[in-house]
Design a protein around this ligand. Sequence first.
Ligand code: MG
Length: 458
Amino acid sequence: MLGSRRLFGTNGIRGVVNKELTSEMTIKIGAATGTFFQRGTLIVGFDARTSSPMLAKAVIAGLNATGCNVLFAGMAPTPALQYAVKNHKTDGAVIITASHNPPEYNGIKVVWNDGIELSREQEIEIENIFFDEKVCYAEWNKIGSTRDLPGTIDDYKEAIKRHVDVAGIVNKNYHIVVDTANSVGSLAAPHLLRELGCKVTTINANIDGTFPGRTPEPRPENLKDLALTVKAVDADLGVAYDGDADRSIFVDEQGETHWGDKTFALVEKYFLKDNSGEKIVTPVSSSTLVKDIADAYDGEIVWTKVGSVTVSQTMKKLNVKLGGEENGGIFYGPHQSVRDGTMATALILDIMAKTGEKLSRLLGELPKYFIEKGKVECQNELKEKALKKLTEQLSGLNPSTIDGVKIWFEDKSAILMRPSGTEPVYRLYAEAKTEEKAMQLVREYGSRLKRLIYSLKS
Ligand code: MG
């Protein structure tokens, strides 16, 4: 939890269950949320964590107590629940999930009637109701009802199929390996892929809230089993999802795992070929690759702060159809303006089927960059001071301060230094045309930042 008078972090409320996030608290969060929605109708669903059914019941009790009606969708991927909000035209949703966090965590995402998580201003309204004891309980005869909402995942799969050439994909009989991290990805993606004519090999597909297979964060270093399986069964590609299946990371047929901004750039390329002149939304942590593709195919990049809600809100505000993140979030607006791992998988298959090319070839054709990441320790209370000083020091290099400090150099290398929202560290993302240069940037700017932070302490 985030200290006094703050419940929501960058992606909802998160905490260790029965310590930082208890059932009692969740009832009250439900009641504060219900007060905020003023007796609307909300969808409630949850991920595969051991604590999720318990917390879903608690949040429903709070919502009903304040007169909100609940449509209970049960266990489902986050994007399927977000789609259900649009599909059933409800006032919003409350989703019990801690996304990619370890199994002892859980969390609460609150979604508005457009399927997007609440803006920070809306979250503050809920926090004020919660901390100022402004919950507005209903009279005994105005208590909300709860009824089951079946068919959420079937509706979601059908919606995704409307955005790709189903017959074209079916014709190819692709073999795909799917790693769902023992979580809710198992409920949608393998089934959809079979409906798309794919032979599906699953790993970590049994639902198990202890996440025995791998951590639910899909980073290349956690996906060795997936990469090996793709090679071993001679599949056309592999895909891994995070704990609530809104992010996807892909492995090509040669067993190479790719960062999310690369697969996003591929989707962007084929999107811009059909939609030239469109804007593309992406956080400053994404690779220059995304800009290269926009330049080559007549698109325009809108850089934002890091965070999926910011990407969604910016897409909505500017009426943009495509967004993406380096961590594997792809936001396909014609379907919904939120990241969606299963939609992303269908889009990649669609591109493979239309071009007849293998994934390694499609990704190999993109401009090549070497990415290097690092971190520097920094106490939370020094973060802002360090940022100010750093921006001053680097003013000659024309830094961007959309989020942290980013410098784009003329040789197409770049460095981003950004305070973490959750840990006492600065994160460094460097990229360059050679591996040595990317490593050198992390070393050079890492030690520069370390010195600067040290000077602030004395
Ligand atoms: Mg997630």
